[in-house]
Design a protein around this ligand. Structure first.
Ligand code: KG4
Ligand code: ZN
Length: 336
């Protein structure tokens, strides 16, 4: 089946064409230039940029796939979670096309898109433990089967990507900060500064152990460090970036590996924007090799937000004979 998918949950406008299990095109229009000087996403500006970008992005996705709308057999779009004003732009465009062309429509959960994204590049059999780590989310799931995702833990405050973005802001590096810190850290010493690693105790009571994260203390520790030791020169900036990044990677891997052990699962997926981080990728590879785990991390273009993963998640629902009415709405806090 040929599916046209649209993703606009945050600050990237994306469209993709999936043909069977082949990605024919995946186009992403970034709004980094719009939000850069604010050090974070400004929701109103994001919605307006989506409106400007949505039709050219859809047209580019069709053109790169070498087809017109006539060849498209179904439409998928992200319906949550995300910024409601952003979601509505992509969702409305998708529903309008489905209505005009009398095509089946499926709404897709953005988080399911990320959880399935490694399958765009290679087969990933269930079950697996998935670390979903992005600008809006840091959670560990036990993905038992398609559509069966059990939450094992999540951040209690900031997402890891948010910590990257805030530390980049403190260091005056612009938005989004993940890529810049990743690049800067290559020249730095990851053991130059010892930041505290938050280890959360599971809540007391009969509940199963939770594998939660916390990044707000680390952000404050970096802020305090910069206040007491103003960054003098490139070497100091690189050491700070590398030390901060190492701390985040330690916390992410320690908790995810503990979660995998607790459910006895030997297959690991890492997905979401922060899974593009070179240090996280390398350290995860080492940890997987040492622990005898299979590891799947999507190629870089499918780590950050994209519509190919939405098309894939949508294709599974369509294959099960599911679709959604055109009254389907955007839900900012849609749960998995
Ligand atoms: O998945 P994504 O595109 O959007 C959300 O759903 O949030 O993730 C964006 C986040 C941003 O916080 C960005 O700084 C982070 O992913 N990111 C990175 C890297 N590339 C993107 N963080 C660390 N290292 C990277 N190389
Ligand atoms: Zn995302």
């Amino acid at each position: 089946m040929r599916i046209l998918a649209i993703e606009s949950s945050c600050d990237d406008t994306a469209a993709a064409v999936l043909d069977g299990d082949t990605v024919r095109s995946s186009v992403v229009a970034s709004q980094d230039d719009v939000h850069n000087r604010f050090g974070g996403v400004v929701p109103e500006l994001a919605s307006r940029s989506h409106i400007r970008n949505i039709l050219p992005v859809i047209e580019a996705a069709l053109e790169q796939a070498g087809m017109t709308l006539d060849a498209v057999e179904a439409i998928a779009a992200t319906c949550g979670p995300g910024l409601v004003g952003s979601l509505l732009v992509g969702l409305s465009a998708a529903k309008a096309i489905a209505f005009a062309r009398r095509l089946p429509f499926v709404g897709v959960n953005h988080l399911e898109g990320h959880l399935l994204s490694p399958r765009l590049a290679e087969p990933v059999p269930f079950p697996y433990v998935a670390l979903l780590v992005s600008g809006g989310h840091t959670s560990v799931y036990h993905a038992e089967d398609l559509g069966r995702y059990r939450l094992l833990g999540a951040t209690r405050d900031d997402a890891a990507g948010e910590a990257f973005d805030k530390v980049a802001k403190i260091m005056g590096l612009g938005y989004p900060g993940g890529r810049v810190i990743d690049d800067l850290a290559r020249a730095g010493n990851p053991t130059a500064i010892r930041f505290p690693r938050a280890r959360l105790k599971p809540p007391r009571g009969p509940a199963e152990p939770r594998f939660d994260f916390s990044f707000s203390g680390l952000k404050t520790a970096v802020w305090q460090h910069v206040r007491e030791h103003p960054i003098a020169g490139n070497g100091a900036a690189a050491d700070l970036a590398a030390s901060f990044q190492e701390t985040v990677v330690d916390m992410l891997l320690d908790t995810t590996l503990a979660a995998a052990r607790s459910v006895g699962c030997a297959r690991l997926v890492i997905a979401g924007g922060v899974s593009a981080n070179s240090r996280l990728r390398a350290r995860a590879q080492d940890a997987a090799a040492a622990g005898g785990l299979a590891l799947h991390i999507p190629p870089l273009r499918y780590c950050t937000d994209n519509a190919a993963m939405i098309a894939l998640a949508g294709s599974y629902r369509l294959a099960r004979g599911e679709c959604d009415p055109l009254s389907a709405n955007a839900v900012a806090d849609l749960e998995l």
